[in-house]
Design a protein around this ligand. Structure first.
Ligand code: F6P
Length: 544
């Protein structure tokens, strides 16, 4: 990719714009009628993850042009630069090496001439030794009790991945232990997570890349008070707190023994960190072997992204399809619909992964982009979503491309319900694509006056991601699939998917407002009229 070239400058983008005009009214019914083999042909598979992208509004020509777009925008070159440890996060001058977190021992990845792979494995070993001690009962609390509760305190990438992974992998977890997650600075979050826990049996895992994040530091201080008050000694902190961070100094200052700290590095972005030390709670839950399997899943998808031919490369295809709807159809959102109750936090996890990465308005040269960047990601598990928002997906006026995610084999012993679950997934993707015509309704004897209300026009695109089973390996592969899809999109748009400057302003303003709320004397308020009035009303009423 020529450095200064913009996404919509390249030939493939222009060709796609023209092609869109030709294809925008073509119905999926037509595409399938013209090519009955499409449902088998437009699929790709790796490591037990099967992607059916046939129900997308694309032809072979669309695919050809999208793959040309990837080529013209240098996706493969930038991918290779990322895997080599080059500092592709330009605005922060950092390498982007979440792929090193799952690199096998013996691989070499250099950052500033230093091989980071041995460091990664050293931390993994320390995590595994600690997880073994907690799970096996060798790590005792201050009063000599076995640890039975693990509370992860963290927010954003230091929370969403651990919580999502714990819920997804509960069938693999130690069921004798309780896992909780505290993220919100709302004290209710801490209270609800701890109200029924015995402090003597509780381990707090304070997860924060920077160890400065307001929410996490506040909740960690509250947790320390709660613990010390209950156990009667500051010395208890050493047995009940561990830290996951890149900031050794701040961990020490907080009062956590740095021997009980598991580190990572500035080349791991928060939203790409669930397989770093940030995954300690996951490892305690599923054990070192489960965590190793999860890393193997990540690695399998990394290798696929690196080596699979473009036309069979799952993350590349997923990323390009996202660009197709986002930039040419003008779709504003993508719904992620896991047909798995255990995957219920996956949409929230993907919100940060995608929206913090690709919610950018300038390109790598600092120029305003003149194309749409990251779509809004949202979703809920099916079948719940079917009884709330699917009506809009089927008959609303907005185009919402969907990613359906399902599994061939259930992990729940209530296995007979799995066929019902999956029947719903297949039915929804089918209904969205093909709809129901007025003629079909008439043939079924539907009263004519209802026809306009009952017609579902279809032509609503979706991907179906069908994996064999929701195992640690599958979860790792699924997360890496989306990580590399996000990378593909960001590279097409020419943005930095690895910084997040936009979240800073709100944090700075909150720091200014905190003393205005807490001061007992009336502070002078110098905000806009709305903010001043809101602050004053809060001050006047909070103790009513
Ligand atoms: O505010 C956004 C953010 O910086 C995320 O990128 C990050 O995952 C989250 O805050 C938490 O940061 P930390 O792990 O440093 O506490």
């Amino acid at each position: 990719m020529a450095d200064s070239q913009r996404a919509n400058d390249v030939a493939a983008w222009k060709a796609l714009a023209t092609h869109y005009q030709q294809i925008k009214d073509v119905h999926l019914r037509q595409l399938f009628a013209d090519d009955p083999g499409r449902g088998e042909r437009l699929t790709a598979e790796t490591g037990g993850i099967y992607l059916d992208y046939s129900k997308n509004r694309i032809t072979d020509e669309t695919l050809r042009l999208l793959l040309q777009l990837a080529q013209e925008r240098g996706v493969a070159q930038r991918r290779d630069a990322m895997f080599r440890g080059e500092k592709i996060n330009l605005t922060e001058g950092r390498a982007v090496l979440h792929v090193a977190l799952r690199a096998p021992l013996g691989a070499r990845i250099l950052v500033d001439g230093h091989d980071v792979v041995p460091d990664v494995h050293q931390v993994l070993q320390a995590m595994a030794a600690f997880a073994d001690r907690v799970r096996g009962g060798a790590w005792l609390g201050h009063t000599g009790k076995r640890i039975r509760n693990v509370v992860n305190i963290g927010i954003g990438g230091s929370y969403l991945g651990p919580e999502m992974a714990y819920l997804a992998l509960r069938p693999f977890s130690d069921r004798s232990m309780t896992f909780r997650f505290v993220s919100n600075v709302d004290g209710a979050d801490f209270t609800e997570a701890t109200h029924d826990l015995d402090p003597g049996e509780t381990l707090f895992v304070v997860a924060s890349k920077t160890f400065t994040t307001l929410e996490t530091m506040t909740n960690a201080a509250t947790a320390r008070q709660w613990l010390v008050h209950a156990l009667g000694s500051d010395a208890a902190v050493a047995r009940h707190f561990v830290a996951l961070s890149t900031n050794t100094e701040a961990v020490g200052k907080f009062g956590i023994d740095t021997d009980n700290m598991f580190g990572f590095w500035d080349w791991v972005g928060g939203r790409y960190s669930m397989d770093s030390a940030i995954g300690l709670s996951t490892m305690i839950a599923i054990g070192r072997d489960g965590f190793r399997d999860m890393l193997a899943g990540f690695r399998a998808m990394d290798e696929h992204f690196l080596t699979a031919p473009p036309e069979r490369n799952l993350p590349l295809l997923l990323g390009l399809l996202t660009v197709w709807y986002n930039d040419f159809f003008g779709a504003e959102t993508i719904a992620v619909l896991p047909y798995s109750s255990n995957m219920r936090r996956f949409p929230a996890y993907l919100q940060q992964l995608q929206m913090e990465s690709n919610g950018k308005h300038v390109d790598l040269q600092g120029h305003s982009v003149d194309v749409q960047t990251g779509p809004i990601i949202w979703g809920e598990p099916g079948t719940d979503g079917q009884h709330s928002f699917y009506q809009l997906l089927h008959q609303g006026t907005k185009l919402v491309p969907c990613d359906f995610i399902g599994f061939c084999r259930p992990l729940s012993p209530v296995a007979h319900q799995h066929d019902l679950l999956m029947a719903n997934l297949f039915a929804q993707a089918e209904a969205l694509a093909f709809g129901k015509t007025a003629q079909e309704l008439a043939a079924e004897g539907s009263p004519p006056f209802q026809t306009p209300f009952r017609v579902t026009e279809g032509n609503r695109p979706s991907n179906v991601i069908l994996a064999d089973e929701l195992t640690p390996f599958t979860l790792g592969a699924l997360v890496a699939l989306y990580e590399h899809s996000v990378f593909t999109q960001g590279t097409i748009w020419g943005i930095d998917s690895f910084d997040q400057w936009g979240v800073e302003l709100g944090k700075v303003l909150a720091q200014r407002i905190i003393p205005e709320l807490t001061a007992s004397a009336q502070p002078a308020l110098h905000h806009d009229g709305s903010t001043n009035t809101l602050i004053q009303r809060f001050r006047d009423r909070r103790r009513a």
